[in-house]
Design a protein around this ligand. Sequence first.
Ligand code: 5AD
Ligand code: SF4
Length: 470
Amino acid sequence: MERQTKLIPQADVERQLDFCEKIADLTATWEEKPLAHIMTYGCQQNEADSERLRGYLEKMGYGFTDSAEEARIIVINTCAIREHAEQRVLGNVGALVHLKRKNPNLLICLCGCMMQEPTRVEEIKKSYLHVDLVFGTHALWQFPEMLYKRMNQRKRVFYSPDEAGSIAEGIPMVRQDSIKGWVSIMYGCNNFCSYCIVPYVRGRERSRKPEVILQEVRDMVAAGYKDITLLGQNVNSYGKDLDEPMDFSDLLRAVNDIPGEFLIRFMTSHPKDATHKLFETMAQCEKVAPVIHLPFQAGNDRILKVMNRRHTREEYLAKVADLKSLIPDIVLTSDVIVGFPGETTEEFEDTLKVLEEVRYDALFTFIYSPRVGTPAASMPDPMSREEKLANFNRLTALQDRISEEKHAEYIGKTVRCLVDGVSEDEKFDLTARTPGNRLVRLTGDKTAVGQFRDVKITDANKWSLFGELV
Ligand code: 5AD
Ligand code: SF4
């Protein structure tokens, strides 16, 4: 296969860092240290992108604030996965107009998946005149240059190149958390599930080289990170595009070989590419957490086919059975779409059957949302919103019961958990995560934050577990 991955020359990334310096020279002359407010919508990939935006902004001399009112620059990293996500973004962008009026020096930037959609970019251009800078996912690495341009001209800046995508290494990062962290191992998606906008806005699959990934993990472990998630739209197809192809299982094993006490997770796995070798590797690697997010989307073969998922329900269930036989305590989660165009209630009931058979620990459930430009958006969709909602409620009720039952199985057990923070709920002191990533609220000394500790589970509900430090 012809390698599509374009690596941005290091000199071009350096040039961006030069723009950061030019902006830093400017911000240093301002009376007060300027603050940046970043709003991130959507998935973990966007969170990871926002860490790069923060990295750049820090180099430009900005500090950070949780308050939009205090900010001199607001960056909104948008999500396009469903209409609801887009409407939330537009609502919030609209509301910023009053801040801009109060503070004409405020800069408002929009980026992320929505800004890779030409119709949305046009809408911002025409109707959201207070937005200063718009750039798509493929242009993120050029943020300093675009911001510099905006700071030095009256005209607003719009840049959303339509390309298959590239990889830029060496962009600075400011991570949000000091215990749990993400490492992007690849970008983009080649699957073109018929409902999904991601391949259009994030481009083709492209993998980072194993040596840069391994170095990033080593640096994180040295900095004290205890929970590291390898990220990609479809991690199971990692490495196919590399000059020296490498498969995801081998990468996982290499990460596992890095010395130190830490957990490895990964997201997301497409079932069609999840192999016996991957499950075996998970079972053999002691640092790889016994958990997998394996979206099945729908339980009916006709629907799976029109969704272009390229696996049947039988094939999916066989993989789950294989996985469970290798790792009996595996924690399974999935994404499910209700109300795909043409799905009948009878077909939807096949989804319920999959839930009963697999017994997921947690499920992310969505009502189908048409996305302009995807094949599903032009398929006949006769089912009413009410019927879809009724099916959706049946789905969540069933999953609630299963989650509650599965969580109840933990009561009385002692589980080695990573204590990852202080509880917002006053009745508890701490939050922790089981190896399978279930949330635990617990009592105990706050000095335990950042440590792996034994936790006695004393209670549970459908959302979380409750316990105490042993
Ligand atoms: N409508 C509803 N849900 C969607 N997802 C992706 N595209 C759509 C859509 N158009 C869901 C899928 C995917 C998750 C990230 O979002 O379940 O796995
Ligand atoms: Fe979307 Fe399918 Fe790619 Fe996931 S695998 S990002 S659902 S196209």
